[in-house]
Design a protein around this ligand. Structure first.
Ligand code: FO1
Length: 319
């Protein structure tokens, strides 16, 4: 089994490549729910949906979230009523949120609903929320006050400086069903190229997860989401700098070194290898910018070949 800690868009792209080289039945994705939000009375799980939509081939390719070909006439009608429309919910996307909300209201767990949605979208891998209990990323702004993740990321377009980040509910959250078992039995654990601050840290904050990865750090392989000093998408570079670190592969290594033994960085960052190694990690430089399916598959092969305990199926896939 290959376990992958996932955020949103970057993780979804990596999973696409991974599923080109191994059987979906061997993959378990453990997904951040700190971005989750309630809007219009609907329970919305953006990272779970981005992965589901991407792996089913139905994601809006221009944005990396929502559904291709969706339209927003319901949003327009809501706007005409004076409703909040800053968080864009397409008509087809709304079906997912209506379904999830109805099931949760009827007593289903987020894990059960996620498994049913994954099946409905034809996915073969296991998609596990990091917890079925509410965990919400909260950002304290340098200008004062706190905002939810989606307020920060979408309404404020992450254009404000952040002083600190916390994960409300994490201490009381239980790992989702199967999460610790998958992390304990996987032959390799991959930290996808997601934002270490607001996508990976929430997963590590779920009680038991960080300690388990630390005990298996030699089998944990991460992929730097920072390439040549910048994030490919989103605010990871600014957040690292605002929180006292810096936007570099070596800084990502320092951020993850207690739970991760190997960092895969982009070939553009060959000058960062020494910095990654001085953080106590193995370092492999390769093409990590997943501009097409071939690059994503190649990255997956490289990741599988450079970490974890021997597993003939996995090694065969690594080529
Ligand atoms: N991101 C935006 O920048 N603007 C949006 O209006 C927006 C709507 C949206 C609706 C559903 C969904 O699943 C994701 C959505 N996202 C939007 C992305 C969302 O903010 C994610 O949390 C980020 O991609 C970070 O993972």
């Amino acid at each position: 089994v290959i376990a992958v800690l996932c955020g949103g868009v970057g993780a979804a792209r990596f999973l696409s490549g991974l599923l080109d080289v191994v059987d979906a039945g061997d993959v378990v994705a453990i997904v951040n729910t700190g971005d989750d939000t309630e809007l219009h009375g609907l329970s919305i799980s953006p990272d779970l949906d981005t992965i589901t939509y991407t792996l089913s081939g139905r994601v809006n390719p221009a944005t990396g979230w929502g559904l291709a070909g969706d339209d927003f006439t319901t949003m327009d009608a809501l706007d005409a009523l004076g409703g909040a429309t800053w968080f864009r919910l397409g008509n087809l996307d709304l079906a997912t949120h209506l379904y999830r909300t109805g099931r949760l209201r009827a007593g289903a767990s987020l894990s059960e609903v996620t498994a049913d949605l994954a099946r409905a979208f034809g996915l073969g891998l296991r998609l596990l929320p990091m917890s079925d209990d509410p965990v919400r990323t909260v950002l304290e702004l340098a200008s004062g006050g706190e905002v939810s993740f989606q307020d920060y990321f979408v309404r404020l377009r992450h254009s404000v400086a952040v002083k600190s980040v916390r994960f409300a509910g994490a201490d009381a959250a239980r790992p989702g069903p199967g999460v610790l078992e998958a992390l304990g039995s996987a032959s390799i654990i991959v930290i996808a190229p997601s934002n270490p601050v607001v996508s990976i840290d929430p997963i590590l904050a779920v009680p038991g997860v960080r300690a388990l990865l630390a005990s298996r750090r030699r089998d944990v392989v991460g992929i730097s989401p920072i390439v040549a000093g910048a994030a490919l998408k989103g605010p990871a570079d600014r957040l690292l700098a605002e929180l006292g670190s810096e936007a570099s592969a070596a800084a990502v290594a320092r951020w993850l070194t207690d739970v991760c033994g190997t960092l895969v960085i982009d070939e553009a960052d060959a000058d960062q290898v020494a910095g990654v190694e001085s953080a106590g990690m193995e370092c492999v430089a390769t093409a990590t910018v997943m501009k097409d399916a071939e690059t994503a598959a190649g990255l997956a092969r490289t990741v599988l070949a450079c970490g974890g305990t021997p597993d003939p199926d996995r090694m065969q896939a690594a080529g």
